[in-house]
Ligand binder design. Structure first.
Ligand code: KG4
Ligand code: ZN
Length: 347
């Protein structure tokens, strides 16, 4: 018998994603993004995102089915992001998933968006070794997790105490006048700058900080340091080399992320690190993580950039794991939980 066919729906932020997988095989990953509608506001506007999900949902499901060459009745299970995310946006996906589950008489799995960012790597690199350390870096979250079982055992080791890593990229891009979302623009701009031009601070890295916050992150001080540096240059009438600022800022983020992730691996005697979330698409993060991990005998897994940012395939991948491990499906009245904790992988 072939492995079950799982359709996954993602609507936690501004991407309407519908993915279809069979086991660890990705068959379709259809995405409709409303990012352009938010760009002029410099951030995602929840009401605009919800309406865009509503409009995009049915066409995106149809596109995914047609790419995968399947009919909806072939699907064995439905997975959907139940949280965390924007309440109104999540509701659209959860309602769509419930309708499909009810109409097709198939089980539904309401899964955690953050765990899905980790699970998606299985579509590219096969089964995730357990335990692994996962570093999740996105627009809303920066966490270090110990994963002993992708469907039930995701334990937080540390998280950001203020801004998320992606949020720092977005805010610094805004103050440099580079546009939104900031991550990809800073990544590109940094390629022509020097990463050692300006020595920006590494948050929570002093000996005293490490006593209480060994695996936590802080990026708000870094963002302020960039703002102060730019202001000082402007006051002095000096020209600002934007690529240098972008590269030096990016280096500070990447340095601290990789340092703490590898420290987490070593503290647990774990040799596998998986990095997920939008910031995992960062080209410098991928290089630095590889280089430093290799020296410590740690294997690094990072999905290709298109699977790092929000998508439906990641939800289908986690749903597929739930089916494979025989987890009990969610009740049909499952809630959308905007602040679903990371420990709650399945609702
Ligand atoms: O995972 P994601 O698509 O959505 C959330 O769950 O938040 O992550 C979006 C975040 C944004 O802050 C964006 O600026 C950042 O990921 N991002 C990047 C890159 N691509 C996206 N940050 C750094 N470098 C990139 N190449
Ligand atoms: Zn995400």
């Amino acid at each position: 018998m072939s492995e079950p066919l799982v359709l996954g729906i993602e609507t936690s932020c501004d991407e309407t994603g519908v993915g279809i997988v069979r086991g660890h095989t990705l068959l379709a990953d259809a995405i409709a993004s409303s990012v352009e509608q938010h760009a002029r506001f410099g951030g995602v506007v929840p009401e605009v995102a919800s309406r865009a999900h509503l409009e995009a949902m049915v066409p995106t499901i149809q596109r995914a089915c047609s790419t995968a060459g399947i009919a909806l009745r072939d699907v064995d299970a439905i997975a959907v992001t139940s949280g965390p995310g924007l309440a109104g946006a999540l509701l659209v996906g959860v309602a769509a998933a419930k309708s499909l589950a009810l109409a097709l008489d198939k089980p539904i799995y309401g899964v955690n968006h953050l765990a899905a960012h980790v699970a998606v790597d299985q579509l590219e690199h096969g089964a995730l070794p357990e335990p692994s350390i996962a570093m999740l870096v996105s627009g809303g979250h920066s966490s270090l997790l110990k994963v002993t079982d992708l469907t039930t055992g995701v334990e937080p080791m540390g998280a950001t105490i203020d801004d998320a890593a992606g949020e720092a990229f977005d805010k610094v891009a805004r103050l440099l006048g580079l546009g939104f979302p900031g991550g990809p623009i800073i990544d590109r701009t940094a390629t022509s700058g020097s990463s050692i031009a300006i020595d920006f601070p590494r948050g929570l890295s002093t000996r005293k900080d490490l006593e209480r916050h060994r695996f936590d992150f802080s990026f708000s001080g870094l963002k302020t340091a960039v703002a102060r540096w730019v202001e000082a240059q402007q006051r002095a009438g000096a020209e600002i080399n934007i690529p240098d600022v972008a590269a030096s800022f990016q280096e500070a983020v990447v340095d601290i992320l990789v340092r703490k992730a590898l420290d987490a691996c070593q503290s647990q005697g774990v040799e596998d690190l998986v990095i997920g979330g939008g910031v995992a698409a960062n080209s410098r993060l991928r290089v630095v993580a590889e280089e430093r991990a290799a020296k410590l005998g740690v294997r690094v897994r990072v999905p290709r950039p298109g699977l790092c940012t929000d998508n439906g395939a990641m939800v289908a991948a986690l749903g597929s794991e739930m089916v494979a491990r025989g987890r009990t499906p969610s009740p049909l009245d499952l809630p959308a939980d905007s602040s679903q904790p990371i420990e709650s992988v399945l609702v």
